[in-house]
Write a protein that binds this ligand. Structure first.
Ligand SMILES: Cc1cc2nc3c(=O)[nH]c(=O)nc-3n(C[C@H](O)[C@H](O)[C@H](O)COP(=O)(O)OP(=O)(O)OC[C@H]3O[C@@H](n4cnc5c(N)ncnc54)[C@H](O)[C@@H]3O)c2cc1C
Length: 379
């Protein structure tokens, strides 16, 4: 591609984040967009995810990151409706809500604490007794002592979302170069460039790094360039084959979750493992997830495991995603480190980064998440 054609914007990485940024840029009038994807688009963490949009079930405190997640969840209704309109693909946004079960007195204390701060923060949350919990989900474990119900936490079929974003690209002439591994990025006064593993030099007016767990391996996108280090954190998942949908809601426990999908498929997850870039599935990991799922609902004991997989969550060492321009640069941007929440955060990430690239406007969250100071934290 060297010397041939210069895109307006190059995006390195075709996961849910890179593809959402591409769509948002196109919707803001950018017409010449190229996504450079090392393998195939939408096959890494974004494909492995469970698709939960669950800020209230996941958060520990009403901080900026929590509000950012809530805001992205709110945007999902419009995001899903627009994608359906734009591509004809239904991403199966499901509004049944999420239950968080307590199994011990300590779990009850934790749920009580969460109920208090979320109510004070103006969120909808209900505290349910054991019998109320079973009325809502008859197949939830009889050992559960009660639960919290989050009516506004929901889920989406993340693989359909990826199909929709790829179809959006196809319909609108956003180029996706597959098998194109970027090893280095650079910026001069007038342009940016991406150097590929086969030594092509691809130029563009602006460049966005959205390479998930592999970001820090790209020269010019590591901690030396001012983005905190991004590390892979493996998550394994299983899916049970059900015959009909006998859970309505996503159900969490302290140790994991189950996610009911259409046609009886039930996802269960997940492990949180520091295994470097090794994305293999292990018997130990799969066994652990199965036990967690059976704790949530003993009825799962009788169901066959139909599928198992794993993915690498992009964990940012600042403990928050990095979204915005790179320090000291004018034309190079990043949207990385979404860790456990990249599906949830795709609409808002695409929107606020595209706004910044197209008009220079900085949403308050972009200001917060592009000034991440690196601090030590435990995965
Ligand atoms: C088991 C599991 C369960 C999860 N569940 C949820 C959930 O329920 N809800 C939620 O919101 N989030 C969930 N997540 C997190 C979510 O999947 C991630 O945060 C999100 O997918 C990150 O998207 P991404 O586009 O940054 O990364 P990825 O999807 O990994 O995409 C990065 C892309 O960049 C490409 N790439 C990498 N390096 C290069 C290079 N040098 N050159 C070119 N291309 C490159 C890769 O091939 C890949 O396609 C889960 C993750 C896992 C693993």
């Amino acid at each position: 591609m060297s010397g041939e054609h210069r895109s307006d914007v190059l995006i390195v990485g075709g996961g849910v984040i890179g593809l959402s940024v591409a769509r948002a840029l196109w919707n803001k009038g950018v017409r010449d967009i190229t996504v450079l994807e090392r393998s195939l688009p939408g096959r890494e963490a974004s494909f492995a995810a469970a698709g939960m949009l669950a800020p209230q079930a996941e958060a520990d405190a009403p901080d900026d990151f929590f509000r950012f997640c809530i805001e992205s969840n709110r945007r999902y209704s419009t995001f899903a409706a627009e994608l359906l309109d734009e591509t004809g693909i239904d991403i199966e946004l499901d509004d049944e809500g999420t239950l968080y079960l307590a199994f011990t007195d300590q779990d009850l204390v934790e749920l009580g604490r969460r109920f208090e701060w979320q109510t004070a923060a103006g969120m909808r949350v209900e505290r349910l007794s054991a019998s109320e919990t079973h009325r809502l989900e008859p197949f939830a474990s009889p050992d559960s002592l009660g639960s919290l119900f989050f009516p506004d936490d929901r889920q989406v079929e993340n693989r359909a979302l990826l199909r929709a974003l790829i179809e959006f690209a196809r319909l609108n002439g956003i180029k996706i170069e597959t098998g194109c591994e970027v090893v280095k990025i650079d910026e001069t006064a007038s342009e940016t460039s991406a150097i590929t593993a086969d030594e092509k030099n691809i130029q563009a007016s602006k460049l966005v790094v959205a390479a998930g767990s592999w970001t820090s391996l790209i020269e010019g996108a590591g901690p030396g360039a001012g983005i905190p280090e991004i590390r892979p954190v493996r998550g394994q998942m299983i899916a049970f084959d059900g015959v009909k949908r006998f859970f309505r809601k996503v159900i969490y426990s302290h140790r994991g979750y189950i996610v009911p999908r259409k046609m009886g498929r039930i996802l269960a997850g997940s492990t949180t493992e520091d295994a470097g870039f090794d994305d293999r599935i292990t018997d130990e990991g799969i066994g652990r997830i199965r036990r967690i799922a059976i704790e949530i609902s003993p009825s799962l004991e009788n169901l066959r495991i139909a599928d198992k997989w794993s993915g690498l969550r992009p964990y940012c060492s600042s403990d928050r995603p990095y979204i915005g321009v790179l320090p000291g640069r004018q034309r190079t941007f990043a949207a990385v480190g979404h860790y456990r929440n990249g599906i949830l955060l795709a609409p808002i990430t695409g929107e606020i980064l595209a706004e910044k690239i197209v008009s220079g406007t900085e949403n308050k969250y972009l200001r917060l998440f592009s000034r991440n100071s690196v601090r030590a934290s435990v995965v």
